[in-house]
Write a protein that binds this ligand. Structure first.
Ligand SMILES: Nc1ncnc2c1ncn2[C@@H]1O[C@H](COP(=O)(O)OP(=O)(O)OP(=O)(O)O)[C@@H](O)[C@H]1O
Ligand SMILES: O=C(O)c1ccc[n+]([C@@H]2O[C@H](COP(=O)([O-])O)[C@@H](O)[C@H]2O)c1
Length: 214
């Protein structure tokens, strides 16, 4: 899977062929979970699985940002973030890692990604999944009102952020996991344990590559 991600990132022709194959498919119900995934953790995976099952979706697409719009750029490489995503999701046939934003480059505005998906794969119905921290920040996003016209917005509760939505949105109950990538990075930097906070394969990858130790 890592090799596939690498070849897609490095070989746009392969990526375009893969996209064309999907266009030929019938419309499906697709959950989109965008994130910096720096690194992916069990909070992301629990959200994805709960929304997949509770909304009867066909797939969840994990979309790593290139440059996050409202956050500092990650210190680990795009390839490392993508490899960890692949490792974390490879045992679930309904989870896919999609590299649209990495291939597009620049700042990863969600409205641009939705426009691209609606143009290239118009038969699908898209569900844009976001934690309540992101919902609270929607006013700072690029063209936020357009998002609700192109996708069903799906909110999930995140500790400390109330369920206040400036746009029409459905809320899905997920078991609360008070965990963030920031907490993972801080635990590693201070010599703490991240075992069980990220999938074992991701834990091993971080250790092997010595990520986040600065
Ligand atoms: N523990 C969690 N519970 C619910 N939603 C979450 C959780 N962690 C992340 N999310 C949601 O997943 C999406 C991607 O999150 P992101 O990759 O930015 O992770 P993060 O943990 O918030 O990162 P960081 O700590 O670096 O800011 C966002 O919509 C975010 O709200
Ligand atoms: O489009 C925007 O203006 C926008 C602003 C902030 C965040 N987002 C998206 O929200 C997702 C989570 O962002 P982040 O920075 O918390 O990893 C990710 O897919 C970002 O591209 C999008």
């Amino acid at each position: 899977m890592i090799a596939i991600a690498k070849s897609l990132a490095e070989n746009p022709t392969v990526a375009v062929a893969a996209e064309r194959a999907v266009v030929a498919d019938k419309g499906r119900q697709i959950g989109l979970l965008g994130g910096t995934f720096n690194p992916i953790h069990i909070g992301h995976l629990i959200v994805a699985e709960q929304v997949l099952i509770k909304l009867h979706l066909d797939e969840i697409w994990f979309i790593p940002t290139n440059i996050p719009p409202l956050k500092d750029a990650p210190t680990v490489s795009v390839q490392d973030r993508t490899n960890m995503l692949e490792l974390a999701t490879q045992d679930n046939p309904h989870f896919q890692v999609k590299l649209f934003e990495l291939q597009r480059g620049g700042v990863s505005y969600t409205v641009d990604t939705l426009r691209y998906l609606r143009k290239t794969q118009p038969a699908n119905h898209y569900y844009l999944i976001m934690g309540s921290d992101q919902v609270n920040a929607l006013g700072k996003w690029k063209e936020p009102t357009q998002l609700a016209q192109m996708a069903t917005l799906v909110g999930v509760q995140r500790a400390g952020y109330p369920q206040q939505a400036p746009l029409p949105m459905i809320w899905v109950d997920v078991p609360a996991v008070e965990l963030s990538s920031t907490a993972i990075r801080q635990a590693i930097a201070s010599g703490g344990s991240i075992r069980y906070l990220v999938p074992a394969a991701v834990c091993n990858y971080i250790q092997k590559k010595g990520l986040y130790h600065d």
